[in-house]
Design a protein around this ligand. Structure first.
Ligand SMILES: Nc1ncnc2c1ncn2[C@@H]1O[C@H](COP(=O)(O)OP(=O)(O)OP(=O)(O)O)[C@@H](O)[C@H]1O
Length: 268
């Protein structure tokens, strides 16, 4: 019972996942990390079947997703894309209600369960008071939380979040990270692309590290996040130490000494 990727080759003309084999444990909060352009979004799109692999198989709970109907995929996997498109004129409540579509009949009848799921999701992202606002009038962070609520309302066992903390100030970053933990503790499997390694180490139970379309490392944060990994994957010399309060790994790049940078010559 997990997400299982077997020998996946997928992507675009100039970029492909390179024979990726990986397992995302059921019930985990998995952080997917790696440098810009290494293929994190491509991997999430392959898991949610927005991209068909040229080679290899994706299994979700032992089912080959290429054999499932679209509705069946949407009952299993919800996705927060990196750049969600806002349907024109739509209110927050209506957007979140779209998350219920895979559970409704063809006529989109809203049951009491649907209404409750929408209300709960709005509450979880602190947007209840804004439910009648147009999504287009929200700030970047509020919009991000509205789309997250849509994923929550979809009530799937697997939730894929592509950079859920982008656009958010530190308070809402932590709220979203805590929310991901709450969802995981409630039994969901959450996979989130994160750029902050310390946040990944603190909140994730499992980390998958990518580089150049390949899986570079995976496992518990304590074992995966090391100075050697940071150097190998990001090319950055860094100290890795335990946060004095949480005890989880913190990454602090070594000072490079920019005073000799040629670009500064004209300023000095
Ligand atoms: N629709 C597309 N068509 C063609 N190439 C694409 C497309 N989307 C992404 N790519 C390319 O695929 C590569 C991997 O992109 P991807 O978005 O998966 O990386 P990422 O690790 O999520 O990056 P980031 O951290 O910057 O969001 C990049 O080189 C990118 O330019």
């Amino acid at each position: 019972m997990s997400i299982q990727l077997d020998s996946i080759t997928a992507g675009y003309d100039r970029f492909r996942l390179q024979n990726v084999t990986a397992q995302i444990p059921t019930g985990s909060l998995t952080a997917l990390i790696g440098p810009n352009g290494c293929g994190k979004s491509t991997l999430l799109k392959t898991i949610s079947r927005q991209l068909a692999p040229g080679k290899g198989r994706v299994h979700v709970d032992n089912e080959d997703i290429s054999t499932l109907r679209t509705r069946a995929v949407a009952q299993r996997v919800s996705v927060l894309p990196q750049h969600p498109v806002v349907p024109p004129g739509i209110t927050v409540e209506r957007l979140v209600g779209y998350g219920r579509a895979p559970h409704q009949n063809l006529f989109g009848y809203q049951s009491r369960d649907d209404q409750q799921a929408v209300e709960l999701a709005l509450e979880m992202v602190s947007l209840t008071a804004m439910k009648s606002e147009a999504v287009s009038s929200l700030s970047g962070g509020q919009r991000q939380r509205a789309f997250l609520a849509m994923c929550i309302a979809q009530d799937t066992p697997f939730i894929l979040l592509d950079e859920p903390t982008s656009f958010l100030d530190i308070r809402y970053q932590f709220e979203v990270l805590e929310l991901m933990s709450t969802l995981q503790k409630a039994g969901k499997t959450v996979v989130a692309v994160l750029h902050d390694i310390a946040q990944a180490a603190r909140f994730a139970t499992h980390i998958v590290v990518m580089k150049d379309g390949r899986i570079e490392a995976s496992g518990p944060p304590d074992q995966v996040v090391t100075p050697d990994l940071v150097k190998r994957v990001y090319g950055v010399q860094a100290h890795v130490y335990a946060d004095p309060v949480s005890g989880t790994k913190v990454v602090s790049p070594e000072e490079k000494g920019m005073q000799d940078h040629p670009a500064l010559a004209s300023i000095n």
